[in-house]
Design a binder for this molecule. Structure first.
Ligand code: FRU
Length: 614
């Protein structure tokens, strides 16, 4: 067991009928009943208690008692039959206290003896170290992932003093959803991330769900000039909105004693606030999840919020729940116009099943959002990304140079907890810069391009081709094999007389991804049904299709391949498809074939990627 090289393992005796059992050194275990066990830490000098996890069992509830007083509650899938992995609980702050975990399990047991046989009691131990080096073949090399444990929504992102702060829905005690806290990472280039301690933990009002942060540069809230203010959902039995503030640039937060600051009679979550420069007040959007609307509030001081209006009833995609709102005022490229965009994540109800991010373009007067309509007077449904793995997308507050930068959770609630990784679950998408363009139908659409920081990742150009014509029999290129084939593919093609062009990434095992450009239908599709491991969920194998939003036989693309994801960006930003893939081995060839006539590859470059995550 590599995590515990440094510690000695105490004698493990399962004495029949005994209720007090010697466990690892420094830990004393007393079974009180079939579902209740006390774990006493008798050596408080170690840094961590390492809890053994078995993913398929139910959560046990662990009440941490310090000198007999309840400090916090954790939920951990304590191992019953086998240990899948360990999770650390840091006890270094409690050195001077008597530490007891009062553990309540939920699985049925016939006797205390049976309960005492659980694998967790034999394997729980103390350690001064916890090894977070990568043990997963599918861990992305240039996408943000937590060091270990479960992650969903990116949230609370803000930019300050050259640093991009990214918080995320985090479970530090297992690779499935639970114990929602705000994990924290920072970056100076949006690509290489440094990991920090958990910033906000569950407290007496409940778990800490998604929310947002702003830098209060005018001290409107009274916590100090440039304090970082976080609003998040406290999820107890019901959901309410809470405030926390940080005076150390988002490293640690103080929970506001006046919480909760917004309460409603029905489920509402994921507060997203921003300074409205036109009305000179704060705005807040709150997802009225089951009512399929976004509530819009105003505030002078971030603490007192007034409900002004609700947007969305009956508009856009209505399946599932509405979650994680965001709103930005965006320029329309090539014009001096600007429009407001309201982002509305929903789950399920996405165009290809499960979760997805829709958006509305329109006008906003600081109180009310009015969506644009099409020529028939209807509000059209528009999607930010046409892949299956793009959710909870929100933007950075205070991005420099007027930029609008977003990032999404690169998974789907349909199977996020089943994907074939263990040490961690889920990555975030690559960062994207968004603006608007006017489509041929007169509608405004999001233009989404990979953030310019990604250009700096290009390392060696392994392929450079120009002016090749191809037909039914494919033209082939080698993909880089270094570092598990991570690469960027940049190409421009013209379907000319062909009905369709298919771009295929394949490995030697015959696993492949087919992407098909159909100029007459103005669509681009992505087929991952034969991409590798797909049978962990029947919702995973899928063919997804994006509208190209242009009438043209030309198509340029930037495709980013990481170990378990492919992001396809239209060269001009008209569409994006983000999809997870789990190939048995990396894809090694890129081929292009055309149906019904000859097509041409105008240019192709393939680059290896520089990354600090190996
Ligand atoms: C979206 C979401 C949010 C909520 C969070 C909980 O994925 O359901 O609405 O705040 O996840 O982790």
């Amino acid at each position: 067991m590599k995590y515990f090289r440094q510690i000695s393992i105490g004698a493990i005796l399962a004495v029949a009928g005994s209720q007090n059992m010697p466990a690892a050194d420094g830990i004393d275990i007393s079974h009180l009943g079939t579902n209740n066990t006390l774990v006493r830490v008798t050596d408080g000098n170690s840094r961590y208690v390492l809890f053994p996890v078995e993913e398929s069992v139910d959560d046990a509830t662990l009440n941490l008692l310090l000198d007999g007083k309840q400090e916090k509650t954790l939920r951990i899938r304590l191992a019953r039959n086998r240990v899948d992995y360990y999770v650390p609980f840091d006890i270094s702050a409690y050195k001077d206290s008597k530490i007891i975990f009062d553990v309540v399990t939920t699985q049925g047991r016939a006797s205390v003896r049976e309960a005492s046989d659980d694998a967790c009691w034999k394997n729980i131990r103390l350690s001064d170290t916890f090894d977070t080096s990568n043990t997963e073949k599918y861990r992305p090399a240039f996408h943000h992932t937590p060091l270990y444990g479960w992650m969903n929504d990116p949230n609370g992102m803000f930019y300050k003093d050259g640093v991009w702060h990214l918080y995320y829905q985090y479970n530090p005690y297992g690779s499935k959803w639970q114990n929602m806290s705000w994990g924290h990472s920072t970056s100076t280039d949006l690509v290489n991330w440094e990991h920090h301690p958990v910033a906000i933990e569950p407290n007496s009002l409940g778990q800490v769900f998604s929310g947002s942060c702003v830098v209060d540069s005018d001290n409107t809230a009274g916590f100090g000039k440039d304090a970082v203010i976080a609003l998040y959902t406290s999820a107890g039995i019901n959901q309410m909105q809470s405030l926390a503030y940080s005076t150390d640039n988002g490293e640690t937060f103080t929970i506001y004693p006046g919480n909760p600051i917004i309460t409603l009679e029905s489920e509402a979550r994921d507060p997203n606030m921003f300074w409205n420069d036109e009305t000179k007040e704060w705005n807040l959007l709150l997802a009225h999840a089951l009512d399929h609307e976004m509530l819009i509030f105003t505030s002078p001081d971030l603490k007192e919020w007034t409900l002004q209006s609700a947007f969305g009833k009956g508009l856009g995609a209505q399946g599932g729940v509405w979650e994680c709102p965001d709103m930005r005022h965006l320029p329309v490229e090539g014009t001096d116009e600007s429009k407001w965009v309201l982002i509305c994540n929903l789950n399920p109800g996405g165009p290809f099943g499960g979760s997805a991010a829709q958006y509305f373009t329109g006008d906003f007067d600081g109180r009310k959002f009015t969506a644009d309509t099409d020529s028939e007077g209807n509000v059209p449904t528009k999607w930010m990304d046409y892949g299956k793995d793009h959710y909870a997308t929100v933007s950075w507050s205070g991005a420099p140079d007027g930029r609008n930068v977003v990032i999404g959770w690169m998974s789907n609630w349909q199977y996020a907890a089943e994907v074939p990784t263990h040490q961690y679950r889920s990555a975030n998408t690559l960062p994207r810069d968004i603006s608007l363009f006017k489509g041929t139908d007169g509608q405004y659409y999001l233009k989404t391009v990979p953030s310019p920081e990604l250009l700096a990742l290009r390392d060696h150009r392994t392929v450079s081709a120009k002016g090749k014509s191809f037909g039914k029999s494919p033209v082939k290129f080698a993909l880089p094999e270094a570092n598990d084939g991570i690469c960027e593919i940049n190409m421009s093609l013209n379907a000319r007389k062909a009905d369709k062009v298919t771009i295929t990434l394949a490995n030697r095992q015959g696993e492949k991804v087919d992407m098909t450009f159909d100029p007459s239908a103005s669509t681009f599709s992505f087929d991952r049904t034969q991409s590798g491991l797909t049978d962990f969920s029947h919702d995973f194998p899928a063919v997804v299709t994006a509208p190209t939003l242009r009438n043209s036989t030309s198509q340029s693309l930037r495709i980013f391949v990481d170990r378990s994801s492919i992001e396809v960006f239209d060269g001009e930003g008209n569409f994006v498809l983000t999809n997870l893939v789990f190939p048995g081995s990396p894809y090694t060839t890129l081929s292009l074939a055309a149906d019904g006539g000859k097509a041409s590859l105008n240019s192709l470059e393939i680059y290896t990627i520089k990354t600090s995550n190996k």
